[in-house]
Design a protein around this ligand. Structure first.
Ligand code: E4P
Length: 218
């Protein structure tokens, strides 16, 4: 399963990318609006750091506007993926942009029916928002299971990009279900490294090693 960073913060992206486990980045208007500087320059920098798919979202809500902004975003860098919302105009723009060879990530997906439309429109990625479903007392991971099943049934090439991940269990469940990608905030990726037994075990190994060397010296 691929791991994407859900952030527009260059420093966070640089730090995690340097470890060598990051396959791509997703952004959205909220994330990009938190960062200083021109958003196009920031997206360009992110592409140079990660050298993998980087999603930039349109803010137009009509078909013509989405097409215009989609072309603009696609021209930033060859790694750019155009993100469109799962609306009628978004699905129409997905079909048209995909037809031109531009990769499209259909975002704000909250049902399997919506995911089916995105696949039929040639989306490269579908983004079910699991955390936001959990927030309204609906199991977000069940939606991922349904989408993976439907895409497998018909061999749709659209990749399932699990979004709005809030904790490591989302990531582990996504991997067990066979989702293609998880996109997570940097803090959630950091949590993946942690296990108290690893810390305790390492401390003991180092202490024993030190003790043995002191004994040899004495
Ligand atoms: C994904 O592409 C979105 O940017 C993101 O995962 C939304 O997450 P949130 O629900 O935590 O804002």
């Amino acid at each position: 399963m691929k791991l994407f960073i859900d952030s527009g913060n260059i420093k966070d992206i640089e730090t995690l990318a340097a470890i060598g486990i990051i396959d791509g980045v997703t952004t959205n208007p909220t994330l990009l609006s938190k960062e200083p500087g021109d958003y196009r320059d920031n997206l360009k920098k992110i592409c140079q750091i990660v050298k993998g798919p980087v999603s930039g979202e349109v803010t137009a809500t009509d078909f013509a506007g989405m097409m215009r902004e989609g072309h603009d975003i696609a021209h930033i860098d060859s790694y750019m993926v155009v993100k469109v919302p799962l609306t009628r105009d978004g699905i129409k723009a997905c079909k048209a942009l995909s037809g031109e060879g531009i990769r499209v990530n259909v975002t704000l997906c909250f049902s399997a029916a919506q995911a089916l439309l995105a696949a039929k429109a040639g989306a490269s990625y579908i983004s079910p928002f699991v955390g936001r479903l959990d927030d309204v007392a609906t199991n977000g991971m069940e939606l991922v299971r349904e989408i993976v099943e439907i895409y497998d049934n018909y061999e749709f090439p659209t990749e399932v990009l699990v979004a709005s991940c809030r904790h490591p269990i989302h990531i582990v469940e996504a991997a067990r279900m066979g989702a293609d990608i998880c996109t997570c905030p940097p803090a959630v990726i950091d949590q993946l490294f942690n296990h108290p037994l690893t810390a305790i075990g390492l401390e003991k190994f180092l202490k024993d090693w030190e003790k043995a060397h002191e004994a040899v010296k004495a």
